[in-house]
Design a protein around this ligand. Structure first.
Ligand SMILES: [Zn+2]
Length: 272
């Protein structure tokens, strides 16, 4: 089981879980050491496996020992490490997410209930505001989340991450946390495994723009001018000449910028 999956499994329980249920997992102690999990005292009850009627029993202190009462077997003492509890550290998760996605407008307390704002990731197509809600499995989760979002400032896109469930909430995209980040147990933080723009359906602006679209045409033109001896010595004047030829031959196309043509002249001359 990947460390992020272990974390999600514990967080999805929204409270204390017995450390003993997970302590054999190879990443359990790393999650505790890095603070994604925190100690949370003792569990309130444990399952009784001593009798024929499986039941949960409350932990009590009896005759100087911790244990529980089983209707059939009487008092059964329990070792300390069996009742130690841990829980997910939501603030740590929120901060690590905000770091992983370079978020602004972070918020280190819940917006309301269990809805947290991780922050705003800025991109060229608009802001993507990331929220976290431990589970999105029951209608109650969705209702609580919608109510919390109603108090929030607007955003072009809203992405909801959750440890379990992906119930749809109007005006948002919900994605399981483990589809978005991996937990780096060496670097003690989250590592992105998805592009937020793809998740929310934001268009990707072609940052390379003209050079990507016209790369082959420009390179061919530059090579041809070298071969036929018409290439000018200076890189910048050659780029201006290439751009001018390009415009004449492709009057209907939106021409590339001079700087991208300069880059292509450099690349072709370097033999790339
Ligand atoms: Zn029992």
């Amino acid at each position: 089981m990947k460390p992020i999956k272990l974390l999600c499994e514990i967080v999805a329980q929204k409270g204390k879980v017995a450390a003993s249920s997970y302590s054999r997992h190879p990443y359990f102690s790393a999650l505790l050491a890095f603070g994604f999990l925190e100690r949370a005292g003792a569990v309130q009850s444990v399952p009784c496996l001593n009798c024929d009627n499986p039941h949960n029993a409350e932990i009590v202190h009896h005759s100087g020992r911790d244990g529980f009462f089983c209707p059939e077997m009487g008092f059964i003492p329990v070792a300390e490490d069996e009742i130690n509890a841990v829980r997910g550290n939501t603030l740590k998760i929120i901060n690590a997410l905000a770091d992983a996605f370079d978020c602004r407008a972070r918020k280190s307390s819940p917006v309301a209930g269990q809805t947290w704002r991780v922050g705003k990731a800025i991109n060229e197509a608009g802001d993507i505001t990331i929220y976290f809600h431990p589970t999105l499995r029951a209608e109650r989760d969705a209702t609580e989340l919608s109510a919390a979002l109603a108090q929030e400032p607007g955003s072009t896109y809203r992405l909801i991450l959750s440890a379990a469930g992906k119930l749809k909430v109007a005006g948002t995209t919900t994605v399981p946390l483990l589809d978005v980040v991996e937990l780096d147990v060496c670097g003690a933080g989250f590592r992105r495994v998805a592009d937020l723009r793809d998740l929310v359906g934001a268009p990707r602006k072609n940052l390379g723009g003209a050079p990507n679209r016209y790369g082959e045409t420009l390179s061919a033109l530059i090579r041809q001018r070298i071969v036929d001896g018409s290439a000018l010595d200076g890189r910048n004047e050659e780029a201006r000449a290439v751009l001018s030829v390009f415009k004449q031959s492709n009057p209907l196309l939106n021409p590339p910028s001079l700087s991208s043509v300069q880059d292509y002249v450099t690349k072709v001359r370097a033999g790339q």
